[in-house]
Design a binder for this molecule. Structure first.
Ligand code: PHE
Length: 342
């Protein structure tokens, strides 16, 4: 009897079970009512009393072993999604799946770089709310009520209350800083802004700007130019040139659009700069005396400059990205390309 138990035990261990059919076969052969183990239990009745105890223990062990083997393989089948009802053996020679670390979003890469350059020039960081009131977004910045200048920026109004808007530019943070601080002020304010525009390759209803504000005694237009010149060289390369084109903003006078020489073709003319050799990165100007006055700063004593630039725009130029929508679609194939840029 003990010999029989031993051979069956060896057969159970060596039994190949790779398919559900084989598992069923195993059950029939050993565990079912007509199986070999059940038969052994019948034979057990005839075993001599002096060895009954020892044989009984072995027989129980055999039954438990067979049942365990059956249960564990059945469990593996339940977890396996393989439709062919086969168990795949684990292939230990397969290469490991690399641990996929994320990377910074391209907007963050460029944002961080811009902030770093201005921080080194002594600018601090300031922030303001994305939901603004009319005063901080428009009136304090010298946009008269019902003035067409407000139409320059298609505004999202918060339901029913025309006084509450999603800020259309980070210039609103200028106002908040002037309210709370005395000159000298040297600050940059990065953040999201919103405009009521149809989403396309070149326009979005949400994007990022970085605002700069510098107020002190005798701040001049040449300070503005030099600051932006230094910034452009740091961000786009030592050969970069800047140029100002006359423009209009209610809160600066004089006002200008900032162009930098095209860093793709070095000003020779290419697709990115549309053969002009220059690309626009933002707006700037001397803070209008009315704005200083509105915010309790004496324009006879102090002067200042301000600038604002689009982070998406600079990122698109820097990495030659043709469609603004890519930034918000979360397509991992796009984002992965920036993984190694810090
Ligand atoms: N706020 C302006 C815009 O969004 C940019 C700007 C900022 C212009 C500061 C001049 C000074 O278009």
């Amino acid at each position: 009897m003990l010999d029989k138990i031993k051979t069956i035990s060896e057969r159970i261990e060596a039994y190949t079970i790779e398919t559900k059919d084989q598992l069923e076969q195993f059950r029939l052969e050993f565990l079912s009512r007509k199986g070999e183990i059940t038969a052994l239990f019948d034979d057990f009745k005839t075993v001599a009393p002096d060895i009954k105890r020892a044989v009984g223990q072995e027989l129980n062990k055999l039954k438990v072993a067979a049942q365990n083997r059956f249960d564990s393989i059945q469990e593996q089948f339940e977890q396996s999604t393989d439709s062919k009802h086969t168990l795949r053996a684990t292939d230990l020679t397969l290469p490991v799946i690399p641990n996929q670390l994320g990377g910074k979003h391209p907007i963050s890469v460029v944002h961080d770089r811009i902030v770093e350059v201005f921080e080194r020039m002594g600018f601090n960081l300031s922030e303001g709310p994305e939901i603004e009131d009319d005063w901080h977004n428009f009136s304090a910045l010298n946009f008269p009520e019902n003035h067409p200048a407000r139409e320059m920026q298609d505004t999202f109004f918060i339901e029913k209350n025309p006084d509450v808007v999603l800020r259309t530019h980070t210039s609103s943070v200028q106002v908040r800083v002037m309210e709370n601080e005395k000159p000298p002020i040297r600050t940059i304010s990065p953040g999201r802004v919103y405009r009521n525009e149809a989403i396309s390759a070149r326009a979005h209803c949400m994007f990022h700007q970085i605002e700069g504000l510098y107020i002190d005694k005798q701040v001049s237009f040449s300070d503005l130019k030099n600051t932006l010149y230094h910034f452009a060289k740091e961000l786009f390369g030592a050969e970069t040139q800047i140029r100002f084109r006359p423009s209009y903003f209610p809160f600066t006078e004089p006002s200008a659009e900032i162009d930098v020489s095209c860093f793709i073709c070095n000003g020779k003319g290419c697709g990115v700069c549309k053969q002009s050799g220059w690309v626009e990165i933002g707006g700037a100007g001397m803070v209008d005396p009315n704005v200083l006055q509105n915010n309790g700063i004496d324009p006879k004593k102090y002067s200042g400059f301000a600038f604002g630039m689009g982070v998406e725009r600079i990122t698109m130029l820097k990495y030659q990205i043709k469609d603004l929508r890519l930034f918000t679609e979360n397509d991992i194939r796009f984002l992965r390309q920036f993984k190694h840029i810090q």
